[in-house]
Design a binder for this molecule. Structure first.
Ligand code: ADP
Ligand code: MG
Length: 686
C-alpha cells in the first residue's frame, strides 16, 4: 500500500482515522485521491449591495448592530454593512462567545447563502471569522467541499488535504511521464492534484466537476488505466500454465446441424462462429463474451461450439440463469443435437432425483456429451469426464469468481468459456469491468423480422387493451401479459400475476390463459410454457421471469404492466419476446399515472428505438453503471475520479497505453494497480 498512514499526519488519532476509514481513506495518498465534489468561491469579496438571493458568497463588513432576539425562538441577529448595503446574519444556535465576537464595530468576513429575510437580505448560520479592518482579501484558491461522513467536518478534511498536498510529489510519485500521456497538455500528477484540490481563483469549477479540466482528465485517465490493467493482469494470471483441450474437430457434426436448420446463418453469426472456432482450436483457454441483442440468434452459435467440443472428444455444458430458460435450451438443443447422435443431459431441479442421478452418471461416464442446467450447476458436484467447453447464457453479471470456480471443473484441462448476453455492454464498461474477456458481437438480426411497434398507454385504458388482446387472439395470434410490482417481492408478484390471470381468463372466454411465476413448481411452469409454445394456450400471464430467452414466434403482442418502474434494458429484453415471427408485433407499455417527465422520456426511448446498444447507453446515462452491472459487480467499479459515462472518450488511449505498459513496464502497471485498486484480492471477490 502506497503512502503513509493517516495517523502519521498531525492531529489524527484513532477516532478520526476510523471516520476517514469509512470514506475508504487510510493513507495520505488516499486523501489526495479523495476529490472535492463541489467548490465554493471565497476568493472574491462581494459588495453587499450586489448580492442576489440564492448566491453563496463571501462578504466583509462591519457589525452595525447585534442583539439576541427572544421571540418564539431565541436567536442572535446581527446586521453587517460594507458601505454598499446591509445584510442580516441570523444564528438560531449560538454560544455566548459568539455573541461576544459579533459585537458592534467588529469587522468580519462571512460566507454563506444569501436569502430573503425579514427586512432585506440575510444569511442564516454563515461561516464567519473576524478580520483586521480593511483586511479585505479572500482565499487564494476556490474552497473544496469534500464528500464526507458523519462526525467529519469539512474543516478537518481541508486541513488534512492541506497536509497531504504538502507531501507531494513523494507521497504519490508520478508514474506516467508526459510522453506516455495521450494529451501533452495534461499536467503532471502533482500539479493536477493541487489544481483539483485547490483550484486557482480564475478556474472554472464546472469544468473541474464535469471532467473537462485537463487536471481531472489526467486523473481519470490514470484511474481507468489502473482498472483496465487490473483486469488484463488477472486474465494473464488466470491462464498462466493453464491448458485447454484443442477443439478443432466436429466438422461433420457442425455440417449436420447446419444442414438440418430451416434457415441460413446471418453474416454476423458466421463471423462469430469463425471467431469461436479459432479460439477453441487453441490450447489457450477461450474466455469470450458474446453479445447479441435479443433475438439475434446466439443459441445456434453456441450449439455449433458445443458440437466442436463434442466432435473433438470433449463435453460441453450450457447454463442459464433461470430454470425456464434452461428448459428451453434443453428443448432446442435436444431437438438439434439428438438427430446427430449427441446426447443432451438435463441436470437441474425439476427432474426427479432418480432421473437426475442417471443424468449425472451418464455425464460422468462421458456418454452424455452435453449438459444443460441452471447456473447453480457450477456449484453442484457435477462430475464430467472431459469437460471442454462451458457456455453461460444471459449472464453478463457472471462474476470473475464464478468464472474461476468453473475452471476447476475441467480437471486436467481448463474448459473454454463462452459467456452470452443480450444486455449490450457499453464500451466503457467492457473496457473496465470486462477487460479480461474477449468480445464478439452479433450485430445483425435474422432476416424476415418485422419491427415491434411500441405504444405507451395509461392503465386507465386497461379495458381497451384487453379488447385489443381479444382481437389478436381471435385472429389466432398469441400474447404475453407481464405483471410487475413496485415492491418486487416474489410472493406479492406471484399473487398479482395469479389475480391478473384470473381476471383475464374471465374477460377472454374461449381462450386458454396460462400462468408462470417464480413461485410455481417447476413442473407447472414447464407445463404452462409447453402449452404456450405449442400454441394451445393463447395468453401467457407471467412475471418478469420470462425476461430472458423465451422464444415463441407466434406470440406477437405483449402488454407490460407498470412499465415505468422497470429499467430500459429490462423492458427491451421483455419486448424482445415478441417480433420473432413474421406477423407485425406490438408491445404495449402500460403505466400507472401520473407519469413524471423523466419517466415519460424514458419510455419514449423505447418507442423510438429498437437498438439495444442505444437503449443500454441511455439506461447507463439515466441509471448509472451500478444498476446495469448489478450490485455485486459494482464493488469492483467504485471509481474515485473517473465517470464511465463522461470519460468514454479516454478509453481508446487507455487500451493503447495499457498494452504498452504491460509489455514494456510491468512494474509501473503493478504500481498503478496498487495505487488505484488496492490489493488485487478486492477484485477476486466480486
Ligand atoms: P437470442 O440471441 O436472443 O438467444 P435465439 O438464439 O433464441 O436468440 O434466436 C431467436 C430465434 O431466431 C430462434 O427462433 C432461432 O431459431 C431463430 N434464428 C436464429 N438464427 C436465425 C437465422 N439466421 N435466420 C432465421 N432465424 C434464426
Ligand atoms: Mg437466448
Amino acid at each position: 500500500m502506497e503512502g503513509r498512514h493517516v495517523t502519521l499526519l498531525p492531529g489524527v488519532g484513532t477516532r478520526l482515522a476510523g471516520r476517514l476509514e469509512r470514506l475508504g481513506i487510510r493513507t495520505a495518498a488516499d486523501l489526495l485521491l479523495h476529490l472535492p465534489h463541489r467548490y465554493e468561491d471565497r476568493t472574491h469579496i462581494r459588495p453587499i449591495g450586489s448580492l442576489r438571493p440564492g448566491e453563496k458568497v463571501l462578504v466583509e463588513g462591519t457589525v452595525e448592530l447585534a442583539e439576541v432576539a427572544r421571540g418564539r425562538r431565541r436567536r442572535l441577529l446581527c446586521r453587517l454593512s460594507d458601505g454598499t448595503g446591509r445584510l442580516d446574519l441570523v444564528f438560531f444556535h449560538f454560544y455566548p462567545r459568539q455573541a461576544e465576537q459579533l459585537r458592534r464595530g467588529a469587522v468580519i468576513q462571512c460566507f454563506g447563502e444569501v436569502r430573503h429575510g425579514y427586512a432585506g437580505l440575510q444569511m442564516a448560520h454563515p461561516e464567519y471569522r473576524q478580520v483586521e479592518p480593511g483586511g479585505g482579501v479572500g482565499d487564494s484558491s476556490l474552497t473544496p467541499v469534500y464528500p464526507s461522513t458523519e462526525g467529519l467536518a469539512q474543516g478537518q478534511l481541508r486541513r488534512l488535504s492541506e497536509y497531504a498536498l504538502a507531501l507531494l510529489p513523494e507521497e504519490l510519485p508520478d508514474l506516467l511521464p508526459a510522453e506516455v500521456l495521450p494529451d501533452p497538455e495534461w499536467p503532471p500528477l502533482d500539479d493536477a492534484l493541487r489544481r483539483v484540490h485547490r483550484p486557482p481563483p480564475e478556474s472554472d469549477p464546472d469544468a473541474l466537476l464535469e471532467g473537462r479540466d485537463p487536471a481531472v482528465q489526467r486523473l481519470a485517465f490514470e484511474e481507468l488505466l489502473a482498472h483496465h490493467l487490473t483486469l488484463r493482469r488477472r486474465r494473464q494470471a488466470l491462464h498462466e500454465g493453464a491448458a485447454a483441450m484443442v477443439l478443432d474437430g466436429g466438422t461433420e457434426l457442425t455440417a449436420g446441424l447446419r444442414a438440418g436448420l430451416p434457415f441460413e446463418l446471418t453474416a454476423a453469426q458466421e463471423r462469430v462462429d469463425a471467431e469461436l472456432a479459432a479460439d477453441m482450436a487453441s490450447s489457450t483457454p477461450m474466455l469470450r463474451l458474446l453479445q447479441g441483442d435479443v433475438g439475434s440468434g446466439k443459441t445456434v452459435v453456441a450449439a455449433l461450439a458445443c458440437l466442436r467440443a463434442v466432435g473433438s472428444g470433449g463435453q460441453a455444458v450450457v447454463m442459464a440463469p433461470t430454470e425456464l430458460l434452461a428448459e428451453q435450451h434443453l428443448r432446442t438443443l435436444h431437438g438439434w443435437l439428438s438427430p446427430l447422435g449427441v446426447e443432451v443431459a438435463w441436470v437441474a431441479g425439476g427432474a426427479g432425483a432418480a432421473e437426475r442421478r442417471a443424468a449425472l452418471q451418464r455425464l460422468a461416464e462421458g456418454r452424455a456429451a452435453v449438459a444443460v442446467g441452471t447456473h447453480a450447476l457450477f456449484q453442484d458436484p457435477v462430475a464430467f469426464r472431459r469437460l471442454a467447453l462451458v457456455v453461460v447464457d444471459e449472464q453478463h453479471r457472471f462474476g470473475v469468481h464464478q468464472r474461476m470456480a468453473l475452471k476447476e471443473k475441467g480437471g486436467e484441462y481448463e474448459p473454454h468459456q463462452l459467456i452470452m448476453t443480450a444486455t449490450p455492454i457499453p464500451r466503457t464498461l467492457a473496457m473496465t469491468a470486462y477487460a479480461d474477456l474477449d468480445v464478439s458481437s452479433i450485430d445483425e438480426r435474422p432476416p424476415g423480422r418485422t419491427p415491434v411497434q411500441t405504444v405507451v398507454v395509461s392503465d386507465a385504458r386497461r379495458g381497451e387493451v384487453v379488447e385489443r388482446i381479444r382481437g389478436a387472439l381471435d385472429e389466432g395470434r398469441q400474447a404475453y401479459w407481464v405483471c410487475t410490482l413496485i415492491e418486487s417481492s416474489d410472493e406479492l408478484e406471484a399473487e398479482a400475476a395469479e389475480e391478473t390471470a384470473q381476471r383475464l381468463s374471465e374477460a377472454l372466454p374461449g381462450h386458454r390463459v396460462e400462468l408462470i411465476h417464480g413461485r410455481l413448481p417447476a413442473s407447472d411452469k414447464e407445463r404452462a410454457m409447453a402449452a404456450f409454445a405449442a400454441g394451445e394456450a393463447a395468453l401467457l400471464v407471467a412475471t418478469t421471469v420470462i425476461e430472458v430467452g423465451v422464444d415463441v414466434p407466434n406470440a406477437s403482442l405483449m402488454i407490460i404492466e407498470n412499465a415505468e418502474r422497470l429499467g430500459l434494458a429490462q423492458l427491451h429484453q421483455l419486448r424482445g419476446r415478441v417480433g420473432r415471427g413474421r406477423a407485425a408485433s406490438t408491445c404495449v407499455l402500460m403505466y400507472h399515472g401520473p407519469l413524471s417527465e423523466t419517466a415519460r422520456a424514458r419510455l419514449a426511448v423505447l418507442r423510438e428505438t429498437d437498438d439495444g446498444f442505444v437503449i443500454a447507453r441511455r439506461d447507463l446515462e439515466i441509471r448509472g453503471p451500478g444498476e446495469l452491472l448489478g450490485t455485486r459487480q459494482t464493488g469492483a467499479l467504485t471509481l474515485r475520479v473517473a465517470d464511465l459515462g463522461r470519460d468514454a472518450g479516454l478509453l481508446d488511449a487507455v487500451g493503447r497505453v495499457g498494452d504498452r505498459l504491460l509489455r514494456d513496464e510491468p512494474g509501473v502497471a503493478e504500481a498503478l494497480i496498487r495505487r488505484w485498486v488496492g490489493d488485487a484480492e478486492r477484485y477476486g471477490q466480486v
